[in-house]
Structures are given as structure tokens and as C-alpha cells.
Design a protein around this ligand. Structure first.
Ligand code: 5RP
Length: 207
């Protein structure tokens, strides 16, 4: 199981500083959608330059224009880039092909997909599938990590990621579902105790 540190709503320098502090407790680094929107591919390039040995995930959340957006991510140094599961099949297929051209990987964000769509995606694509409770669902609808459910109908060999307001309290329950990646942002980056929080999470996933 891997911890993916999600870096959002901060500057590139703050993101690098944060990741350096908790580097030993995390496995993958996510250049969050907010960083990509605010700073563009410079954010991906800078994080890869600062952490050449970490898996860098560009959370670009592609919906269209797949080849262009995925090329940008991989040429900037991303190892994984994200596409929305609700995107057209042509878009997801193009993401898969572009990733294959670069020897890189795709994460499909299942936000707002139906169980049927998630099942089809898991059967069709060799990608990481991310079950996700969004920021707005957390903040406006009051949903939390406990709403994270891995649909039982996914292909048994699919690699699963889970994201959305994960805390050390809810992580203990989540690890029993054995995801390949747990994506943690605010519980590490928006607390005064980032190092302790990351260390505790690493201990939880080690069991
Ligand atoms: O994709 C995201 C937002 O769309 C975040 O990466 C994800 O939600 C993790 O961050 P947090 O733990 O703060 O919810």
C-alpha cells in the first residue's frame, strides 16, 4: 500500500517544502489540480526535479483534449496522470495510448461515475481506479472518508486508489479494503503537525 501526498492550495515552493518535511513517510507525490491550474506544468516539473525518485502524479483530471494534456504531463516529468471516469471513452482510450507511448501510467478518477461505468472501466483499462469523495461533497454535503466504498463489481486485478478527506482515524478502516494507494492531502498539509500526521499514517498502513 502506498501513501500519495496530495499537494493543493499552496505555492510550488510551499509544496516542495511540505513534501521534503514528510518525504520519508510518503511514497507518491500528487501535484494537485489546484497547483496545475494555478502554476501550470511548472508545478509538475519542479516537483519531479525536487523528488526524482518519487512517483509523481499529475492530477490534471482530464475531460477532453487527452493527447495534448497527457503529453504535457509526461514531458514535464509525471509518472502518472489522471483522467475523469465520466470522460468520453475516446478520451480515456487516448490517455491510455499516450501513457503507453511514454511508458507511464493512468489513474482514472471515479468521481460521479455509476457503479456500472466503474465496472466497465475496470474491465476495459489497465489503469489505477480512484474512488473519490470530492472537496465539495465533503464541505457542502458533509460526506467524509467513511463514504468511500470500493464497488464490489470491479475487476479483481484492478489497482484501487482512495481519496477524499482521509484522516488517520478513517485510514485504519480504509486499509482493511486494501487499496493500492491512499491519497492524503489536508490531513497532512493543512495541520500544524504534518510530520507526526504523516508518520502516524505510515505506521497505520504498515500495520
Ligand atoms: O483530488 C483531490 C481534490 O479534488 C485531492 O487530491 C484529494 O481530495 C485529497 O485531498 P484531501 O485529503 O485534502 O481531500
Amino acid at each position: 500500500m502506498n501513501i500519495q501526498l496530495a499537494l493543493d492550495r499552496m505555492t510550488i515552493d510551499e509544496a516542495i517544502k511540505m513534501a521534503k518535511q514528510v518525504e520519508q513517510y510518503i511514497d507518491w507525490i500528487e501535484v494537485g489540480t489546484s497547483l496545475i491550474k494555478e502554476y501550470g506544468m511548472e508545478s509538475v516539473k519542479s516537483l519531479k526535479a525536487a523528488f526524482p525518485d518519487k512517483t509523481i502524479v499529475a492530477d490534471i483530471k482530464t475531460m477532453d483534449n487527452a493527447k495534448y494534456e497527457f503529453k504535457l504531463c509526461f514531458e514535464a516529468g509525471a509518472d502518472v496522470a489522471t483522467v475523469m471516469g465520466v470522460a468520453p471513452d475516446a478520451t480515456i482510450q487516448t490517455c491510455m495510448e499516450t501513457a503507453a507511448d511514454y511508458g507511464k501510467h493512468v489513474m482514472i478518477d471515479l468521481l460521479n461515475t455509476t457503479e456500472k461505468r466503474a465496472e466497465t472501466l475496470s474491465e476495459t483499462y489497465d489503469a489505477i481506479l480512484c474512488v473519490h469523495v470530492s472537496k465539495d461533497q465533503q464541505e457542502i454535503e458533509g460526506q467524509s472518508t467513511t463514504s468511500i466504498r470500493i464497488p464490489g463489481n470491479l475487476h479483481p486485478e484492478s489497482l484501487i486508489a482512495a481519496a477524499g478527506g482521509i484522516t488517520s482515524k478513517t485510514l485504519s478502516e480504509l486499509v482493511t479494503l486494501k487499496p493500492h494507494v491512499v491519497i492524503v492531502g489536508s490531513a497532512i498539509t493543512k495541520t500544524a503537525h504534518s510530520v507526526e500526521s504523516a508518520k502516524q499514517m505510515k505506521e497505520i498502513i504498515k500495520g
